[in-house]
Design a protein around this ligand. Structure first.
Ligand code: GRG
Length: 296
């Protein structure tokens, strides 16, 4: 099957499993359940579950427990976007082509829907203990990676440095740290969990962490580039949201050309490291190229 067809099939499968694992919208929690559904089912590229599922397959995984973790990582990613859009943070009215959660449901429900998605991610992932009890050690390790990479020394930590340094001038080391944590940590978690649940050993998991870290850097620098040169969603018009939010970016620090070279360097490293892993890495390599050279 050609790459694009396979990709669409995988995305459809992810959409279905997200819907399947979300609670039914009913009862006394109807409002928050609706806000969670609104946030999670708003589309999005689904790159974290895609990377997780493919890494799982690469290391020979064949079970269904990965689906619970694929849903969990997308729930955590979505919570971070819902909170990032709040008035106290970026104060954005639109996300993924529609009104943000706090605009539709109010700021209170925006906060709670984000909290609920974060918690529900763990409620979902821990169902894997019932599904494959004999895999409890791998599941425990995967949960540790998920919580650490999303936490104060991972994604949240990156957001903290980012928020604290907004409007300040920062150097490249600090910017790299923000990218590594804010964007990289969840991408690392996605691929590491795929490897862990498939039974990869520690050396292989470390290698995957490194590959994912390069993907995360390339992905975020490309995000900065798209903010300046425009993307397909805004019909070629730049968003310039980084400029509006007074953010230091790769472009403001190094310029467009060097930023493009950095994207190239990180993606090449990721792809070369992927090639050194035994197994069929073709789809993953295509996926990495597509993510890094995306236009939205
Ligand atoms: C609020 C705890 C907390 C964290 C927020 C992820 C994040 C940290 C903020 C979102 C803003 C942003 C641009 C983060 C960098 C990572 C990134 C490029 C997120 C967007 O991810 P995509 O492109 O989004 O995968 P879709 O909508 O496709 O899922």
């Amino acid at each position: 099957m050609v790459f694009k067809e396979q990709l669409q099939k995988n995305i459809n499968m992810i959409e279905e499993l997200l819907q399947e694992f979300l609670p039914e919208i009913k009862g006394s929690q109807k409002l928050i359940l609706e806000a969670m559904d609104y946030s999670l089912m708003a589309g999005g590229k689904r790159i974290r579950p895609l990377l997780m599922g493919e890494t799982y397959k690469l290391f020979g995984g064949e079970g269904d427990e990965i689906k619970l973790f694929m849903a969990a990582i997308e729930m955590i990613h979505t919570y971070s976007l819902v909170h990032d859009d709040l008035p106290a943070m970026d104060d954005d009215d639109y996300r993924r082509g529609r009104k943000t959660t706090h605009i539709v449901y109010g700021e209170d429900m925006g906060i709670l829907a984000g909290d609920a998605l974060l918690n529900y991610a763990f409620e979902t992932a821990t169902k894997s203990f019932d599904l494959v009890p004999d895999q409890s050690i791998q599941i425990g390790k995967a949960l540790r990676v998920l919580s650490n990479k999303a936490g104060v020394f991972g994604m949240i930590g990156g957001q903290v440095i980012d928020v604290a340094s907004t409007g300040e001038s920062i150097n490249k080391d600090t910017l790299d740290e923000i990218f590594r944590l804010k964007t990289g940590a969840l991408i690392e978690a996605s691929m590491m969990i795929g490897a862990i649940l498939a039974g990869a050993d520690q050396n292989q998991v470390d290698k995957i962490e490194n590959i994912a870290s390069n993907i995360g850097m390339a992905f975020q620098i490309q995000d900065d580039i798209l903010d300046v040169i425009g993307n397909a969603d805004s019909i070629g018009k730049p968003d310039l949201s980084d400029e509006k939010n007074k953010k230091t970016t790769y472009i403001t620090l190094l310029g467009l050309e060097v930023s493009r070279e950095k994207v190239e360097k990180h993606s090449e490293e990721a792809i070369n490291q992927l090639k050194s892993i035994a197994g069929d890495t073709d789809f993953l390599e295509e996926l990495v190229k597509m993510l890094i050279y995306r236009e939205k």
